[in-house]
Design a protein around this ligand. Structure first.
Ligand code: AP5
Length: 225
């Protein structure tokens, strides 16, 4: 099964993608996580990515498509796939369609998590993440057991450079301008069903709704191995 997970910044894509990937045995590929790993490695590409990400701007399509195609070929050839944060422009969606068509492995579904703007800003400014294992927390909604330390590996938690309010507002604006047209693209030009899930309720309730939708897609008989 191959799924795309979309939604505005802070809607809960990363949180939910990890849970869905585990439940349904899918490979989770997050463009944001892949870019942050590249930055942490200190490569020339990582330096270029940082300029766009810290300003809340989208990374140019040609860079995104190349990096994601490489990750999909390297990691995703056999397993089912859950793409998180990619595609984020219509050009990226077209490139992904072409890549999947070449492999004769079309998309089975597009999941869209929705959330209100004010909820999003509160979530993102309160987010903390583990720089080592990537686990994501929220200082109020999903706090770590011990102050500021990762429950899994004990590493000191950090706030992302792009998680300040002014940058979040910019990311939200970009989402509306550049990424919402991707949802229209899938509705109009793809056979993969587009399913919206309300991301405002608490995390476990959102997980349940998403899992129901994935089961529905999977049992529709259209999902291919
Ligand atoms: P990326 O890392 O993908 O950021 P994003 O899309 O802005 O999404 P976030 O990671 O901020 O939020 P999320 O939806 O994953 O929410 P989370 O689960 O963490 O991209 C970063 C940057 O990389 C982009 O700005 C861009 O520059 C670049 N980039 C990436 N992909 C690109 C592409 N395809 N093209 C071009 N550029 C690209 O949750 C957020 C917080 O809320 C957490 O603290 C969490 O604990 C909490 N939370 C989650 N769910 C709930 C809930 N239901 N209730 C209460 N709290 C919750």
């Amino acid at each position: 099964m191959r799924l795309v997970l979309m939604g505005p910044p802070g809607a809960g894509k990363g949180t939910q993608a990890k849970r869905l990937a585990e439940t349904f045995g899918l490979l989770h590929l997050s463009s944001g996580d892949i870019f942050r790993a590249e930055r942490a490695a200190g490569s020339e590409l990582g330096g270029k990515l940082a300029e766009y990400m810290d300003a809340g701007e989208l990374v140019p399509d040609e860079i995104v498509v190349e990096v994601m195609a490489r990750a999909m070929t390297r990691d995703g050839s056999q397993q089912g796939l859950l793409l998180d944060g990619f595609p984020r422009t219509v050009a990226q969606a077209e490139a992904l369609d072409a890549e999947l068509a070449r492999a004769d492995k079309p998309l089975d579904g597009v999941l869209v998590i929705t959330a209100d703007d004010d909820e999003i800003v509160g979530r993102i400014t309160g987010r903390r993440s583990c720089p080592d294992c990537g686990r994501v927390y929220h200082i109020r909604f999903m706090p770590p057991t011990s102050d500021e330390q990762c429950d899994d590996c004990g590493t000191k938690l950090v706030q992302r450079e792009d998680d300040v309010e002014s940058v979040v507002r910019q990311r939200l604006e970009n989402y509306k301008r550049q990424t919402e047209p991707v949802i229209r693209y899938y509705r109009e030009r793809s056979e993969a069903p587009v399913k919206e899930v309300d991301g405002n309720p608490p995390p476990d309730a959102v997980t349940e709704s998403l899992a129901d939708v994935v089961r529905e897609i999977s049992s529709s008989g259209e999902a291919k191995a």
